[in-house]
Design a protein around this ligand. Structure first.
Ligand code: MG
Length: 378
């Protein structure tokens, strides 16, 4: 059997210029330097460094499996180096996603988010990297549910023999740190019953029931829970394999033409609509948002990321930038329209999140001050 390839995405916000906007270019260059060095050492096969809003995303390919210490160490090294630059420039939130002083062998719980999948590379292996800023892991639950559970969205679920066999959906309770694996199509309605509660449940992984292996994996690290206090939203990534028994590339992207609300946006405390765009356009400029979503595509080629550059290039890759095109102006306009409507509610729910999800609140102090003034009703 062929050696299995692993795709690891590790991402973090370690500082940006003028609020929660975008990292300084030198931080991205520093991350590229670290990854180039580790590729040279043979720890990883290939890499790509990009950003969405204020988050730096490291895409890496290797043959070391999920949760590999050396690979996670690369993420740690890149982000601690980028943090040094951010601190020297007094950038906003410098080092905010670095929660520990020393690396313990796994990036999980250390602050950065991660999503990894290991599988046997097919002769043609299209991979889409979704990256979101100013939102949380469960923001992918609605689009992934439509892609993998809804035949009125994904025609492949009806007409592709392997896709028709269904998918196993691993759902995480991000509060209690528990997981459950459920199967579609049999348990579709029960799956949706959980996923509808976006404050508790999020899709972690979706696996083919036709033996193709993992189809999608999401970073579900809850940064605010890990840190014990609010330090920023979790800004999740989602890696997806496409075609031949899995949703096609177009079936993945089409769903983002819909207007979908997600928690996050300003101060991580509002609902805004997902705004599909190129990484170049992902600087959140309207009320620190609305939540951005980017989609970059590569082919895998013997463990390497093949983009639009000449074959064999490591480093300066050129992915297919799915949401860069003008057809997405329609979705973007609708996202702004929906987001403006949500803003018209000001500090009232459902513009702001429910009390258990608010990242900032002054209510405890207000209630404390009012203790002696509150009277019982008759
Ligand atoms: Mg961010």
């Amino acid at each position: 059997m062929a050696e299995k390839v692993t795709i690891s995405v590790i991402k973090a916000d370690v500082g940006s210029v003028c609020g929660h906007t975008r990292p300084h270019p030198s931080m991205i260059e520093k991350c590229k330097e670290v990854l180039a060095d580790r590729a040279k050492q043979g720890i990883i096969e290939d890499y790509y460094v990009t950003r969405v809003g204020d988050d730096i995303n490291l895409f890496m390919t290797h043959y070391r499996g999920d949760n590999n210490k050396e690979v996670h160490q690369i993420g740690w090294d890149a982000f601690t180096e980028a943090t040094k630059l951010a601190k020297a420039m007094h950038l906003y939130g410098a080092g905010q996603d670095i929660l520990t002083d020393a690396f313990s062998g796994n990036i999980k719980g250390a602050g950065p988010g991660s999503a990894e999948m290991t599988f046997e590379e097919r002769p043609a292996e299209p991979v889409i990297f979704f990256m979101a800023d100013k939102t949380e892991p469960s923001a992918y639950s609605l689009p992934l549910a439509r892609i993998f559970l809804d035949p009125f969205t994904t025609t492949g679920l009806v007409i592709d023999k392997k896709a028709k066999m269904g998918f196993d959906v691993e759902i995480h309770d991000v509060i209690k740190n528990k997981k459950v694996v459920m199967s579609s199509p049999e348990e579709t309605l029960s799956i949706l019953s959980l996923l509808g509660d976006t404050s508790t449940y999020a899709i972690k992984r979706i696996t083919s029931r036709a033996g193709i292996g993992p189809a999608a994996v999401v970073s579900t690290d809850k940064l605010n829970l890990t840190a014990g206090k609010y330090i920023g939203k979790d800004d999740p990534v989602c890696v997806c394999r496409a075609q031949s028994g899995l949703p096609s590339v177009g079936e993945y992207t089409q769903v983002f033409m819909n207007t979908m609300l997600a928690a996050g946006w300003m101060r991580g405390s509002h609902y805004g609509a997902l705004y599909p765009c190129s990484p170049e356009e992902s600087t959140p400029a309207y009320f620190d948002g609305p939540p951005r979503i980017c989609a970059l595509g590569f082919q895998l080629c013997n463990g390497h990321l093949q983009g639009l550059e000449a074959p064999g290039i490591i480093g300066d890759k050129q992915p297919v930038d799915f949401f860069a095109g003008a057809e997405w102006d329609y979705a973007r306009r609708n996202a702004i329209k929906a987001s403006r409507f949500m803003r018209s509610q000001g500090p009232f729910m459902p513009s702001i999140l429910g009390p258990e999800e608010m990242e900032y609140t002054s209510r405890p102090e207000v209630l404390k001050e009012l203790t002696s003034r509150f009277e019982n009703l008759d």
